[in-house]
Design a protein around this ligand. Structure first.
Ligand code: CA
Length: 229
């Protein structure tokens, strides 16, 4: 799941981002209101952590625009303890929660998890064909043979995306947006390489799951029954 942090205190933003990444969330940061609004309106986030006092456009205005544009992301507002009025204003504009500054990172993470619990598949493992993606251990497991192999970082995120959308054609653009998000121009050449690593791992555990390349269209995860052991 993808989270946007809109916060002009760069150290704080980085700190929160690193903790969220450890929880296997994908995280982008905007350090000012304009960039934050632009990113929020892309509608690719499941949750937005939104500071109120921002250079450029403030958090309340961004929240307004999020609601007006029917952006589906949950919103947690960050507000200085003294800004009680802001807090109330935030709820009126439709924020899902607020966290008073200064806050313990652990509390913010807990609140993020609460907001995302409803659409959270993270707690359950993903299954397709003969494989299970163990989300806690970051392993792919062949459920017939119990062979397992570790899969991390971009490979993990890619496989997770495919397993959430099995038997569907996923275009390169969809994959870049979902897995690479904002930094997708620098890394775009690596998709084939990551996919070949994943294919190799699937082969190593003797899985019947395949990721097929469809020329000029995209990719599709399928289960090849003939190869079932
Ligand atoms: Ca601020």
């Amino acid at each position: 799941m993808r989270i946007l942090i809109v916060e002009d205190e760069k150290t704080l933003a980085e700190l929160v981002a690193n903790r969220l990444k450890k929880e296997k969330y994908l995280v982008d940061i905007s350090n000012d209101g304009e960039d934050g609004l632009y990113n929020a309106l892309m509608d690719v986030y499941d949750l937005i952590i939104l500071d109120i006092m921002l250079p450029g456009i403030d958090g309340i205005e961004i929240l307004k625009q999020i609601k007006e544009n029917n952006i589906k992301a949950k919103v947690i507002m960050l507000t200085a303890k003294s800004e009680l009025e802001d807090k109330l204003l935030g709820f009126n504009e439709g924020a899902n929660d607020y966290v008073g500054k200064p806050f313990h990172i652990a509390e913010l993470i807990a609140r993020v998890n609460v907001q995302l619990r409803t659409n959270q598949i993270k707690e359950k493992n993903l299954e397709f064909g003969d494989i299970i993606l163990d989300l806690k251990a970051s392993d792919i497991i062949n459920k017939n043979t119990t062979e397992r192999i570790n899969i991390i970082n971009k490979e993990f995120q890619l496989l997770e995306y495919f397993m959430n959308n099995p038997n569907q054609i996923l275009s390169k653009e969809m994959i870049y947006d979902k897995v690479w998000g904002l930094d997708n121009n620098s890394l775009s050449n690596n998709l084939e390489a990551y996919l070949s690593f994943i294919r190799k791992k699937l082969k190593l555990i003797n899985s019947n799951v395949q990721i097929k390349s469809l020329r000029n269209i995209g990719y599709k995860m399928e289960c090849n029954n003939e190869e079932t052991k």
